[in-house]
Design a protein around this ligand. Structure first.
Ligand SMILES: NC(=O)c1ccc[n+]([C@@H]2O[C@H](COP(=O)([O-])OP(=O)(O)OC[C@H]3O[C@@H](n4cnc5c(N)ncnc54)[C@H](OP(=O)(O)O)[C@@H]3O)[C@@H](O)[C@H]2O)c1
Length: 289
């Protein structure tokens, strides 16, 4: 039997991590949330002593997972500390990509070891998270003497650990938002452009999906610089002018995004070596740079 784990915050991540840890022989000693129905669901799913008292749950664990929403990690941690719910040698973990280790300071002051172990993945549902967690990269932020323990914990979840310095977490997480959330927003912008072009809304995403899939395939095997195709990579200034003219008239709200991303795409094309400095300058001027 491995260490006793308690999970405070039994949403998508808490439940999925609990499920996978249980499968690996960890004992789920306690589960805690704000709402009774969340606690009941967690007990049905992974077992453990049910509670809505965070300090009571914390006392039951060798490992305390604080998988609440980000804003609640620090206040919950402080509440547990103020009620004597931490002890020396306990491992207290949050799984937020954006939050610093400092949000767990009150646990460290109580003698516990603190870690941040962040799955670099987007989980929309518990079942999806259980499926996606194995093979996921985990950003681990912890003091050196805790690194081996953290790496083993990540491997128990089927993940692959990488070390992230606490002061770099914000930029590490910003990168995750850009490649995941902003990609979703790009698809939404693209869908709006496609419907403006007369493609029925129902099939607008479907129509562009093979193109997106092809791009993903290129990106899986190549660097972004190698994968770049299209008018900017070719230096087709007239095409860019046509796009802008039409957007200015019909979808002005997306012109800024088109220009900003276009200017970065010029940087990629320069690195790719497919456009010369003169073409790059003209493209940047056209794109408002
Ligand atoms: N979802 C993702 O894609 C993802 C990916 C990587 C990392 N993470 C990180 O994982 C953590 C959890 O995210 P999630 O998506 O699993 O959130 P979630 O589905 O919204 O679940 C949050 C859980 O925390 C509980 N909770 C909130 N405040 C609480 C409090 N004061 N006391 C006790 N329980 C409280 C909620 O209880 P109730 O149900 O009772 O309200 C709920 O069970 C976050 O730090 C997040 O940044 C998420």
């Amino acid at each position: 039997m491995r260490e006793k784990v308690v999970i405070i915050g039994v949403g998508k991540v808490g439940l999925a991590v609990g499920y996978l840890l249980k499968k690996q022989g960890y004992r789920i000693a306690g589960v805690c949330a704000r709402r009774r129905e969340s606690v009941d669901r967690a007990v049905r799913f992974i077992g453990g002593e049910p509670s809505r008292n965070v300090a009571e749950t914390s006392r039951l664990g060798d490992v305390v997972l604080l998988t609440t929403c980000d804003d609640q990690i620090q206040p919950v941690c402080e509440e547990i500390a103020s009620k004597g719910g931490f002890r020396k040698g306990q491992k207290v973990i949050h799984m937020s990509g954006a939050s610093s280790l400092e949000v767990l300071k009150s646990a460290r002051d109580s003698g516990a070891d603190i870690l941040s172990i962040h799955p670099l993945q987007a989980f929309a549902t518990v079942d999806g998270a259980i499926e996606q967690l194995p093979g996921t990269i985990f950003g681990v932020t912890a003091e050196d003497h805790l690194a081996d323990w953290a790496n083993n914990f990540v491997r128990a979840l089927g993940g692959k650990p990488i070390r992230i310095a606490d002061e770099q977490k914000a930029i590490y997480h910003a990168a995750a938002c850009v490649v995941s959330n902003y990609f979703v927003t790009l698809m939404w912008i693209g869908k709006n452009m496609a419907t403006q072009a007369g493609i029925p809304e129902k099939i607008a995403l479907e129509a562009y999906w093979p193109l997106v899939r092809g791009t993903f395939k290129n990106l899986e095997k190549n660097t972004p610089v190698e994968a770049l195709t299209g008018p900017i990579a070719r230096g087709d200034i007239e095409t860019i002018k046509e796009h802008r003219k039409k957007l200015e008239r019909e979808l002005h709200q997306f012109l800024k995004a088109y220009d900003v991303l276009g200017r970065h795409t010029v940087e990629v094309a320069i690195e790719k070596g497919t456009i010369d400095k003169g073409t790059a300058k003209k493209l940047l001027e056209e794109l408002g740079g």
